[in-house]
Design a binder for this molecule. Structure first.
Ligand SMILES: Cc1cc2nc3c(=O)[nH]c(=O)nc-3n(C[C@H](O)[C@H](O)[C@H](O)COP(=O)(O)O)c2cc1C
Length: 224
């Protein structure tokens, strides 16, 4: 614990607050399956005007336990888990290779909701990676081919030169996917659905696997 007081002379955000008034969350509102619940909340966030409802904060950690977080986009959701795509040479890719556990968090201010998910991460098949890569716009495929994600580069112009070299090399647009670029699935073993409520008396429910039946989840309310 540090005993030096906070310097409040600058950047004091103590008065930045709002009440959460969108709605309530009760046990009967919850789907027995957290995947259905998440799908429902994703649709509701989109309907409420959120323009990046699938953006999720992904936290990974090194083998030594040093964490790092960043946003990625959810691309598929099914009973097996939540899928995203990235470059496995990136920091997240390196951390997942040495420590396959990760956490995800969504926040949708329009609906005052947060969802947290924890689990083990597995690599999707090459066929899945290829399938999604080919669906991406041409310029995104070119950019993925030009970049070794999270590796230092001296100047923006060097990055653009790498991009133009790919453009020149593949004038027909048939740029191949680097095998390092692929998909990952977080297989959840813990979920939390949070509904903001007035005066910070929020509703929270966790889903944990039912140890007696792998197909079902136990739901528990938590204090805010
Ligand atoms: C809304 C949003 C969505 C993003 N989606 C992705 C994504 O799906 N995949 C990806 O590799 N990076 C995505 N990024 C960039 C990452 O946040 C991050 O900068 C990059 O993956 C490198 O992270 P790392 O060095 O920790 O591996 C996104 C960023 C934002 C703000």
């Amino acid at each position: 614990m540090t005993d030096s007081p906070i310097d409040r002379s600058e950047f004091d955000h103590r008065s930045v607050r709002r009440d959460f008034v969108f709605g309530e969350l009760h046990r009967p509102d919850l789907s027995p399956n957290p995947v259905d619940q998440l799908q429902h909340w994703l649709s509701a966030a989109e309907a409420a005007g959120n323009f990046d409802p699938t953006a999720m904060c992904l936290s990974t950690a090194s083998a030594a336990g040093r964490p790092s977080s960043r946003y990625v986009l959810l691309k598929h959701l099914d009973v097996r888990g939540l899928c995203f795509y990235t470059d496995s040479r990136s920091r997240k890719g390196r951390e997942l290779a040495e420590n396959p556990f990760a956490a995800l968090a969504f926040y949708w201010p329009e609906t005052d909701r947060q969802v947290r998910v924890v689990g083990r991460v597995e690599r999707l098949s090459e066929a899945d990676a290829e399938d999604y890569f080919q669906q991406r716009p041409l310029k995104s495929r070119m950019a993925a081919a030009a970049s070794i994600q999270s590796t230092p580069i001296d100047a923006r112009t060097d990055l653009e030169a790498r991009y133009h070299a790919i453009e020149t090399q593949y004038p027909e647009g048939d740029v191949p996917r680097n095998p390092a670029w692929g998909g990952f699935r977080l297989v959840p073993d813990e979920w939390e659905f949070w509904q903001g409520r007035p005066s910070r008396l929020h509703d929270r429910f966790v889903y944990l696997p039912d140890l007696s039946d792998a197909q079902t989840w136990q739901i528990q309310r938590l204090m805010p």
